[in-house]
Design a protein around this ligand. Sequence first.
Ligand code: OAA
Ligand code: MG
Length: 212
Amino acid sequence: MTSTELDEHRTRALAAGCAPLVDAMGRHHQHQAHLPALQSPTPDRVLFGAAITIQFLPTLDDLPGADRGFGELFAEAVRDAPEGAVLVLSSGGYPHLSHAGGVKLVRVASHGLAGVLADGQLRDFAELAQHGFATWCQGEAVRWGGDSVMPYAANVPVEVAGVTVVPGDYVYVDAAGGVVIPAGSLADVLAEAEQIVADDEETLRRLRTSPQ
Ligand SMILES: O=C([O-])CC(=O)C(=O)O
Ligand SMILES: [Mg+2]
């Protein structure tokens, strides 16, 4: 996708908003695709872009491959990332513990990504707000979570709040919640969401003038 196409898709997704996008996904796919409302250091920043992923697992220090840190996995995740990608972090089963913070995630800004969707908590909301990208997660943590969860693999399918996110899927998150849209369905889902918005506006107009 060119940057012009990405901008156009982003503008259309933001204009539609979360609930119509979720309804539109429901008309094209049977699986669960919506994310209940998340928290953000900057709730006015909408997140939209193609997913790159880091899978977290419960900490297990003798698991082969478990010695790769966040920085190494981030470098692998971002290597062939599309422009304006979204870093998606799974929770490893501990959504209420910290998975990263202002220091680890400054890489998201240096690589020009659109932002972060984390199914766990994050530390340093004040720093994350300064970084400039959009961050959505399960809340702010103060305690380090590395004794309970570890980043384990990059760019594999991950689970976020009961939804499978495949690298390359489009992620949309605003203050209402989120939705995960397969890349191959993006055009259809955007068009469907726009139709839903138009139909809702028409219904509202009718109900305002002749309540029924
Ligand atoms: O150290 C951590 O795991 C999380 C953190 O606070 C940071 O990245 O700034
Ligand atoms: Mg920190």
